[in-house]
Write a protein that binds this ligand. Sequence first.
Ligand code: TGC
Length: 388
Amino acid sequence: TGRDALRDVFDFDALLSEEERGWQDRAREFARTRIAPTIEEDFEAKRFRAELIPELGAAGFLGMHIRGYGCAGASAVSYGAVCAEFEAVDSGWRTFVSVQGSLAMSAIAKFGSEEQKDRWLPGMAAGETVGCFALTEPDGGSDPGAMTTTARREGDEWVIDGAKRWIGLASVADVAVVWARTEDGIGGFLVPTDTAGFTATPIDGKLAMRASIQCDIALDGVRVPDSARLPGATTLRGPFSCLNEARYGIIWGAMGAARSCLEIALERARARTVFGKSIGAFQLTQEKLATMLLEYEKGMLLALAIGRSKDAGTLSPTQISVGKLNNVREAIEIARTTRSILGGDGVTNEFPVMRHMANLEAVRTYEGTDEIHTLILGRALTGVSAFA
Ligand code: TGC
């Protein structure tokens, strides 16, 4: 099979510890048995299977890198390997794990009070409570510093007004981490989604991420007590630190989607015959396969190096930009090349290739576009910010 051929060339799994392989195996099994059987029809029907959330929690995948509060306290590499396995089936489910664990739970774990952590994290880890992370606004996501959503203090309460867009899970979430401009900076607020004035509406018409939910949020005079404000977050460093976590998962996840495509390309290269020989016997096809292999292996090694740095506590946001920019870009290229090897079949839903390609286009834009990550690297290299 394509998977065996990949393993023969390069045994990536041998670079993982037993514990990391254990997480990888459990995620692969979950994705194979619980998500894969229905993903094509779910994508087609725009169906998000919320009933899987408690199962993901019971398996320990939600907020798995967080220590305490019912979370598994796993390594960054273990978490990355899990992201790759989910995204090998569909980016929508890796996105779910990212939004819940890397964004909403991370925000609470990093910046919340003990009381906030005790109240929210155990239920979120168990998949009994769903969170979302409301940062991006309708006018664009690249410059959160320009946010117009405000939170104004009135006695012991905060009153939040504004709008958010592209917020994963908001219509099924129990709690939203809402980022808003305050008199003294940027604040994060834990808003139960049944609070008066909070409305989440799923965005329709998406041709990517159809098996997951992204929403518009309206915030009209939403009142929360002062105890709902995250005490540790006062500047953009707050939400950006959470984006680092989600971007980290994407670095691995994108390579999962790439792997699925490459496996399919390898199988087709052996099975399809033209001009009396397999298409894999043609030098043009071999060049495509070899190029895909190079980028896949480099992407996995990059993910692993970044993961090891994260576990060692030395990872920088600039390194995360290297990984996100490179791995999503190369995963899309691998999906496109696979499509060309599949010929006409590649555009049908008999194969998941166009689904991965469409999903990856969304992944390419969220959590920092190619352009933003390019300019973050440009700033790191030149010392000059193109944003200012
Ligand atoms: P800048 O002046 O560079 O920094 C402002 C403050 O933030 C700190 N900071 C970071 N901290 C941690 N990690 C990072 N990666 C950080 N980047 C910046 C910085 O140290 C400073 O802190 P402080 O305390 O000194 O004030 O800010 P800037 O406005 O010039 O930033 C420029 C830029 C482009 C890097 C930043 O705006 C950026 O990353 N933009 C892209 C944002 C993005 O990725 N948006 C998409 C989010 S996806 C989404 O919202 C949907 S949620 C997912 C879902 O629901 O599905």
